[in-house]
Design a protein around this ligand. Structure first.
Ligand code: SF4
Length: 375
């Protein structure tokens, strides 16, 4: 089982908190689509052979900016060069792009899952962070997607906006849940250095939310989702049964994936790497046949630690037998004292061959993972 991620590095405007790779200059879209197709052909042997592609994920940036013919060209290229056994094709979309004609086009192309970047329904916060859509557009987008027949819908929300008190956050959750999407992803706002927010923060013009404030909102999130019947199958991802994201789940469980497009990351099971994060250079290098990919060989320990970090965030937890078979390390023996402490503190469940976080443990997922890392 493998997946392909395709990064579309263009956005209408820059959200003030975002440090993903994108450009607001859309003049290069045509050339970018051609370059992506060249990369798809050139890396057709990257993934372990004999594994059909089960998932395709268009991320960004804003993939919903692409025209039907752009998306068609990319999907045709995937079909031409890769063995397919597709179970899920996801497109990240911003609410203002969910017109009826776009939705119909995406459906006709075989896209069956939309991840809608709503972030908040609060008008002031949307404006302050320079989102390109309104709360009304978000609600209309969900309604249109449903009426076009999209059964797999994910809503993205952000918590930890310092100006959003807990009542505002609860209201966001209430509105999102009233739309009954099959899936909700929710990440905490972080202040990244190379963003407008990072710049304001550095100058003392922006005060980030405290860790306690963000943790309280995370707890509100977990409880609201549980009450509404969603399963927290990954720290930041909640799904109704049958609606878990296959593509992302495979990442977290260590399944190989190929990342196409500027800044995209890849993992072939042994090594990981990333593409150049520069639109002009990416296009130029693919034209001249130069490499756009920097490979990083993982040591046995790095690969094991990557697996611990990602798998621990999931409901399935870290499989100690899998870890031992793949790395040779027996964590039960090596981390005996750490396990004892984590169990005493009720941060992990009493499972024999797996480490699974309790609700309390999910608040400390990254530091628990670090305490289990191999040297
Ligand atoms: S958050 Fe999404 S829409 Fe906003 S700049 Fe980042 S990638 Fe673009």
């Amino acid at each position: 089982m493998s997946g392909i991620y395709i990064h579309i590095p263009f956005c209408k405007q820059a959200c003030h908190y975002c440090d993903f790779h994108f450009s607001t200059n859309k003049d290069l879209i045509e050339e970018m689509v051609d370059a992506i197709c060249v990369e798809l052909e050139g890396r057709k042997d990257f993934l372990p052979q004999g594994n059909p592609i089960r998932t395709i994920y268009f991320g960004g940036g804003t993939p919903s900016l692409l025209s039907k013919s752009h998306l068609e060209k990319i999907l045709d290229t995937v079909t031409k060069w890769y063995p397919l056994d597709l179970e899920e094709v996801t497109l990240e979309a911003n609410p203002d792009d969910l017109s009826t004609s776009n939705l119909q086009n995406w459906k006709a192309l075989g896209i069956d899952r939309l991840s809608i970047g709503i972030q908040t329904f609060n008008p002031e916060i949307l404006k302050f962070y320079n989102r390109a859509h309104t709360a009304e557009e978000s609600l209309k987008a969900i309604e249109s997607a449903k009426s076009t027949g999209f059964e797999k819908l994910s809503v993205d929300l952000i918590y930890g906006f310092p100006s959003a008190n807990h009542d505002i956050w609860k209201k966001d959750l209430e509105i999102a849940l009233s739309q009954n999407p099959g899936h909700i992803s929710s990440y905490c706002l972080t202040v990244e250095p190379k963003t407008a927010l990072g710049n304001w923060h550095k100058k003392g013009k922006y005060i980030a939310a405290s860790e306690d404030f963000a943790a309280e909102q995370f707890e509100i999130l977990m409880h609201s989702m549980e009450d509404a019947g969603y399963v927290q199958y990954e720290i930041s991802n909640f799904g109704k049964p049958g609606q878990f994201a296959l593509h992302n789940t495979n990442y977290w469980l260590g399944v190989p994936y190929l990342g196409i497009g500027p800044s995209a990351h890849s993992f072939d099971g042994k090594s990981r790497g990333s593409n150049i994060a520069h639109n002009v250079q990416y296009i130029k290098k693919l034209k001249t046949g130069e490499s756009i990919y920097a490979k990083e060989i993982l040591s046995n320990e790095d690969a094991a630690n990557d697996y611990i970090l990602t798998s621990l965030r999931t409901i399935w937890g870290t499989d100690l037998t899998y870890l031992k078979d793949n790395s040779g390390y027996d964590l039960t023996d090596l981390k005996k004292d750490t396990f004892k402490m984590l169990r005493q503190e009720k941060l992990i469940l009493e499972e024999t061959n797996k480490i699974i976080l309790t609700k309390k443990g999910r608040l400390l997922a990254d530091s628990i993972a670090e305490s289990l890392f191999l040297p």
